[in-house]
Design a protein. Sequence first.
Length: 381
Amino acid sequence: MKLFDVYPVNNISIEKAKGSYVWDDKGEQYLDLYGGHAVISIGHTHPHYVERVTNQLNKVGFYSNSVKMPLQEELAEKLGRISGKPDYQLFLISSGAEANENALKLASFYNGRKKIIAFKKSFHGRTSLAVAATDNPSIVAPVNQTGNIIFLPFNDVAALEACFAEQGPAISSVIIEGIQGVGGINVASESFLQTIRRLCDQHNAVYIADSVQCGYGRTGKFFSHDFAGVNADIYTMAKGMGNGFPVAGIIIAPHLQPKHGMLGTTFGGNHLACAAALAVLEVIEKDNLMRNAAEIGQYLMDELKKIPQLQNVRGRGLMIGFDVPEQYKDLRKNLLWKHKIFTGEAKPNVIRLLPSLALRKQDADLLLEAIKEEIQVGAEA
Ligand SMILES: Cc1ncc(COP(=O)(O)O)c(C=O)c1O
């Protein structure tokens, strides 16, 4: 059987991983500043994570939501406390798209409306509503097309106000990434998020904070949306939540009063998923990883800004992007093949950094040295 061709593949086969490093089948070491699409939050094969997941697997790996789940209670308590949203309800699923799908659906259950505001360059996943709210027509199948999504320009307060003035009573929800990831590391302004909050309050619409990529401590705050100082009604999370184990969640503000039967799942919140998610939160807390993300992220960003050839260095914490001018268009390739450093990209010319939140200064320095060397080589060419 042939494999379905999912993504462009680097010809590297990873066999071992630890912290911010991975090794291929030839024993070659790579610095991982991408974490497999922003998933590795506490570092590869963290000993506490391995121990907790292994112990759980030896006890019971899976049972469905038809029995009591003390591990889910423990996770909800810890997540509520660390995220600063203890009065929200947690619903557990297995992927980011599923989280957004359920959030959009719940919003519509809540206010009985159909229209969704999403933004240019957004990415919310590949399932039906999530992909419809994603600004990339090439991945929206005809069956996913709906007249219910309104795409507005990102960070444009006037456009948002005009849309609510015209269609307010029809708008069910507004979904926004705190920092657009796939779209190229675009930070939502605090005033824009505050405007979303105000307009959603005025019109009884639901503010959905897609925190799948930018959340879970990556920016130095638990949710990057928190920088605006206002709460969303639903936060969606996935990637960093399980450090590689497929676990995702939505947390729901009390006033939405979700009812039994509105949402459901077979795999969501199983024993192994909860053990993985608990291990991640325990390490984030014990090793102070949110503070590390803020400090090393700031250091990295400050140093990148000193390299004049890199344009528009931006982001927050350890979610950083910059534009690479045409002259250095092979930078990302050279970082990987010459310097053995994994980074991410966004079209057309953005390098995206999404390392583990435990990244050390000496690892950040390796990247900075490699970039400077490549810029030097590029300038001489
Ligand atoms: C902001 C955002 N939302 C949703 C998703 C979809 O997550 P998943 O691939 O787990 O379905 C992604 C994935 O990249 C994402 O970046």
